[in-house]
Design a protein around this ligand. Structure first.
Ligand code: NAG
Ligand code: NAG
Length: 309
């Protein structure tokens, strides 16, 4: 018996690690999408003012030893707020979403909204980065933390399923931003509506920190293709919207009219839905990237030029 017990334990351990690995990956599924958004912003800022990007990356680097960053801090930082969930730091989880209720099928029960949502958190991060008065302690922790969350959350708020949760008779406690809405899709890791959209409607694979050189190039190719297809001029009206509350409101309209449209619970996802979804999420990635560029440039200019010169 003893001889059998030990290998069994080993096998169980392996399965456990495998499952943990899967859980960790799934909870940070939007990694490629986040990196594409950040890469678009990175290219935009670099083309206007390369020094500004170096300064931002130097600040992000203060928490480098507590991250999976490699050589590309601005882009890799986009996944840090998901990575730290692995540390049991779930206290920031509500920052990633805005749980505005979507009520369907005459649902009449209670709804719930968290007080510290993504729009709130984005403003908090901007406020921290705006705060350039002299301090009596090293500011490195705070600014690195704030940049990392800002880069991540601007991505999240453009994923429509981060801005609404559906209440129906089937989901009296809501579908938990699409996590409880199981879908019939060929890839088992995309078995929930939320993951399907986190994965940019099954585009761009899943690329993780730290980035290898070839992964960096791959993200760069995705970013450039998207910017070519959707140049700034083509989305200029949307770029005039600069407030995170308005971004969330916009995203909420999309989740209502787009994500939960043309899809039926328990039925196979149609090719039409996929094609429409991909086109739509691609524009979201670019718009998020441009908006992140604009807001980062504004903040950084204030930080490094208005104050320190
Ligand atoms: C998010 O949280 C803030 C602060 O609690 C709140 O004022 C706002 O209404 C919430 N919802 C949205 C969509 O921003
Ligand atoms: C940050 O600073 C900018 C520029 O001075 C200002 O427009 C903006 O309202 C500030 N935002 C926050 C959240 O403090």
């Amino acid at each position: 018996m003893k001889n059998l017990t030990i290998p069994n334990k080993h096998v169980i351990g392996c399965i456990f690690l495998l499952i943990m690995n899967l859980v960790a990956q799934v909870s940070a599924f939007w990694s490629s999408g986040h990196m594409i958004v950040a890469r678009i912003a990175y290219e935009q800022i670099k083309s206007i003012n390369p020094t500004l990007m170096e300064q931002i990356e130097a600040e992000i680097g203060h928490l480098g030893q507590f991250s999976k960053d490699g050589n590309y801090p601005f882009v890799e930082a986009s996944n840090w707020p998901d990575d730290i969930k692995e540390l049991g730091m779930s206290q920031f989880s509500q920052w990633h979403v805005v749980r505005t209720p979507i009520i369907r099928d005459g649902y009449q029960g209670d709804t719930f909204e968290e007080p510290q949502n993504a729009t709130w958190a984005i403003n908090e991060m901007i406020q921290t980065l705006n705060f350039t008065e002299k301090k009596s302690i090293d500011a490195g922790f705070g600014v690195s933390f704030a940049w990392r969350f800002l880069i991540h959350l601007v991505g999240d708020i453009h994923q429509p399923l981060h801005t609404g949760t559906l209440y129906t008779k089937e989901f009296p406690e809501s579908d938990n931003i699409g996590h409880r809405w199981k879908i019939d899709y060929a890839k088992s890791e995309m078995d929930e509506l939320h993951h399907f959209w986190d994965a940019c409607v099954d585009q761009y694979g899943s690329i993780w920190n730290p980035l290898t050189r070839s992964e960096w190039d791959q993200i760069g190719t995705f970013a450039h293709e998207l910017m070519t297809k959707h140049p700034r001029e083509s989305v200029s009206k949307r770029l005039e919207i600069t407030d995170s509350f308005d971004w969330a409101a916009e995203s909420h309209e999309f989740v209502k009219n787009f994500v939960y449209n043309g899809i039926t619970l328990g039925e196979k996802i149609s090719e039409e839905y996929i094609e429409r979804g991909r086109k739509f999420i691609n524009e979201q990635l670019v718009v998020a990237g441009y908006r992140l560029a604009d807001i980062s440039e504004k903040i950084a200019t204030k930080r490094y030029y208005d104050i320190y010169q």
